[in-house]
Design a binder for this molecule. Structure first.
Ligand SMILES: Cc1cc2nc3c(=O)[nH]c(=O)nc-3n(C[C@H](O)[C@H](O)[C@H](O)COP(=O)(O)O)c2cc1C
Ligand code: SF4
Length: 356
């Protein structure tokens, strides 16, 4: 049997296989106060029941004015603790380990959601943008730590810091965006200082068993930078590095022609060569064959399967039983779930069949 179904221990948590459900915002399902809904609960329970070993709950904002969209879940208030608890309980009921992705959009914060848009620097092209002062960075660090404590109180086994896709933490890491000349800009070490301080603070404030993961940009802006970023995070003894892309400012690396996955997965496999931290690779892995190839050959410790699990919650159970999976059809120009989850053609097809 493929090592895809072998266990992996992180701290005292045994993850029952190497399949991760990556963070996925359900556009339109949260209310304006950042509360998750019954739809979220049903979805995460189905994914846990379907066999995913590790579930990372979608980008959840640490501050109301750091959201990218008004309907993004929030963890900025103690009131969110009870709101999330049914999700953590449901995941645990089906033996899934569950993390919360904590997020601040930084310069990508949507117009109308906050008076000013903050980041490491203030680019001219972004209206109302403001370069964070050191005092403000310290305040934000405390907000990230408070969010992690709330996640722990809600029953999450850990958090994942969202440091990819061009949001606040990846804005700090990226030399194209971060033009600071103080201790938070310049060298890779300086650009990662904010992330390192958050990690240290979360470690001090949470139980020793609490998992700390980091979703990073493999190309920030280049793969060589991604490797440097990973090496710095590796020294912080975090528990998971989840390698995705760096958003618009990232430069796409060349991939050897015999590599059977895309460049984002390639970044993850290259980064793995330089660190001890367990690596999650992601993006269009899609099939059990491709996922197994990555794990069996030691290119990654975990494979994340996003859209394909959303199209078939039973992906893991079916893969294990060698049954037919309903795969995502990779809608173009982009996934229709960016508008609303219900517009996915696979989900529409399934609801029609159920109605017959
Ligand atoms: C609708 C949608 C929402 C997403 N939400 C998040 C998110 O909350 N946080 C995050 O880091 N990535 C997010 N992503 C990226 C996914 O986690 C994942 O990296 C991407 O879909 C590629 O994996 P896949 O090909 O297996 O789906 C989102 C992607 C889509 C299409
Ligand atoms: S909307 Fe299209 S791309 Fe997105 S999950 Fe559904 S089938 Fe896949």
């Amino acid at each position: 049997m493929s090592t895809l179904f072998s266990t992996y221990k992180i701290k005292s948590h045994t993850i029952k296989n190497r399949v991760v459900f990556p963070p996925f915002v359900n556009f339109g399902w949260s209310d304006d106060n950042g509360n998750v809904s019954e739809k979220h609960l049903a979805q995460y329970e189905a994914i846990a029941k379907g066999g995913a070993g590790l579930i990372i709950v979608e980008a959840t904002c640490i501050l109301k004015d750091g959201r990218i969209f008004s309907y993004q879940p929030g963890i900025w208030s103690d009131e969110h603790i009870e709101n999330f608890r049914p999700i953590t309980k449901a995941c645990h009921k089906h033996n899934a380990v569950v993390l919360l992705q904590i997020h601040h959009a930084g310069l990508a914060t949507r117009k109308g959601l906050s008076e000013k848009v903050v980041g490491p620097s203030a680019p001219e092209e972004i209206e109302r943008s403001h370069a964070l002062t050191v005092n403000e960075i310290n305040q934000l660090k405390n907000d990230f730590i408070a969010a992690a404590i709330r996640a722990e109180n809600a029953g999450f086994d850990g958090i994942e810091l969202h440091g990819a896709h061009g949001y606040l933490l990846s804005q700090f890491a990226n030399s194209v965006v971060n033009n600071r000349t103080d201790e938070y800009g310049g060298s890779h070490e300086n650009r990662l200082r904010f992330a390192k301080e958050i990690i240290k603070g979360i470690k001090q404030a949470t139980k020793s068993n609490f998992i700390i993961g980091y979703r990073m940009s493999g190309n920030s802006p280049t793969l060589a930078d991604g490797i440097e970023v990973a090496k710095i995070l590796d020294k912080e003894n975090i528990d998971l590095l989840h390698v995705s892309h760096g958003g618009e400012k990232g430069i796409i690396p060349e991939v050897p022609s015999d590599f059977p996955n895309n460049w984002i997965v390639y970044c993850g496999t290259e980064i793995k060569k330089h660190v001890y931290t367990p690596i999650i690779v992601v993006n269009e892995i899609s099939t059990p064959e491709r996922a197994s190839w990555l794990i069996d050959n030691g290119y990654a410790n975990f494979t994340a399967i996003g859209r394909d699990i959303l199209c078939d919650y039973e992906w893991v159970n079916k893969a294990q039983r060698n049954e037919k999976i309903d795969f995502c059809i990779s809608c173009k120009p982009k996934c229709k779930r960016y508008v609303k989850p219900e517009s996915c053609p696979i989900i529409i097809g399934k609801s029609r069949k159920e109605a017959l």
